[in-house]
Design a protein around this ligand. Structure first.
Ligand code: GLA
Length: 302
């Protein structure tokens, strides 16, 4: 490719249905790509530059270009993935750049390159889940990903269940949170942290079984249990998020809710009866994203 030629890339945000703080320990997770996209246009240039509505985006762009061994680029970013809303806008940006510059790349390799780029750009030792979901998620499915082997299986996700992501309004850059500390504690085998990891992995399996049986109430129970474990054993929730989870869980049509993503504030995931989402929007009175599953940037048409 000539470095001056213009390239375009597009990648979705993601949700994580269940399997939190287990990706970097080689556990199994169940994310899905969702229908909010970042689009990037770029071309080789004498200097790095970015025109973007995503804050701090240039560090990510440079880091992923470095991983792909690409020199300075001028990039323009158009984002439908609200920043700080829990939909992993940073993974979507990284994957969009990778897809634009290396459209033929293997999706797994692209996800790994984007994970390394995120680690370098932020200093946070993130797992591969977010980048993987943005690269290889599928419309109509959740992705059951084994983070030890990067093998994955598609698990059909029902249209009647709405995926809602509610911004808690409590935002902290991941680098300013104890994320790396939690990772070290778990890697060192701290019993309380490991109790979360083992119970969460069991919940991922139970969640997949419930999805296959279309037992939506069971999905909700597992979300509640996941939240309690993230709150009490992994200690990544906050009183504000706990209250929001309680509030959301009690809304008619809601199967269950939990803190989603890294935590320490951030966002809440809720699963609801698709015909009853207005209740949620009316009750929480804050930014809510009602999402559907979508194709990842490296999914090839069959
Ligand atoms: C962030 C990281 C992921 C994962 C989650 C917690 O989203 O980027 O790799 O560790 O936190 O499950």
């Amino acid at each position: 490719m000539r470095s001056e030629s213009t390239w375009h890339g597009k990648a979705p945000g993601r949700v994580n249905l269940i399997g939190e703080h287990v990706d970097y320990l080689g556990g199994i997770v169940l994310p899905a790509a969702v229908d909010r996209f970042i689009e990037v246009t770029g071309h080789g240039s004498a200097n790095w530059s970015i025109a973007s509505d995503v804050e701090g985006g240039l560090a990510y762009v440079r880091a992923v270009c470095e991983e792909l061994e690409v020199g300075p680029q001028a990039v323009q970013v158009a984002s439908q993935v609200p920043p700080n809303a829990g939909l992993s806008s940073s993974a979507a940006l990284l994957v969009a750049v990778a897809a634009g510059l290396r459209p033929g790349m293997d999706g797994r390799k692209a996800a790994l390159a984007c994970q390394r780029a995120e680690q370098k750009a932020t200093g946070v030792q993130v797992g591969v889940m977010d980048q993987f979901a943005s690269a290889l998620g599928r419309r109509g499915d959740a992705l059951l990903l084994d983070c030890a082997t990067l093998e994955y299986e598609l698990v059909p996700f029902p249209d009647e269940v709405a995926i809602a992501v509610i911004d808690s309004g409590e935002h902290r850059a991941l680098a300013a949170t104890p994320y790396n500390q939690r990772r070290r504690e778990a890697e060192a085998g701290d019993p309380k942290r490991m109790r979360h990891v083992h119970s969460e992995i069991a919940r991922v399996r139970a969640f997949v079984a419930a999805l296959r049986k279309r037992d939506f109430n069971r999905l909700g129970e597992l979300l509640k249990e996941s939240h309690a474990s993230l709150r009490d054993d992994f200690e990544v929730s906050t009183p504000n998020v706990d209250a929001l989870v309680e509030q959301v869980s009690s809304i008619g049509g809601c199967y269950g809710a939990r803190i989603m993503g890294a935590g320490f504030g951030g966002s809440v995931l809720a699963l609801l009866d698709r015909t009853r989402t207005q209740n949620l929007v009316a009750v929480v009175g804050r930014a809510v994203q009602i999402c559907s599953t979508a194709d990842g940037a490296f999914v090839r048409e069959a």
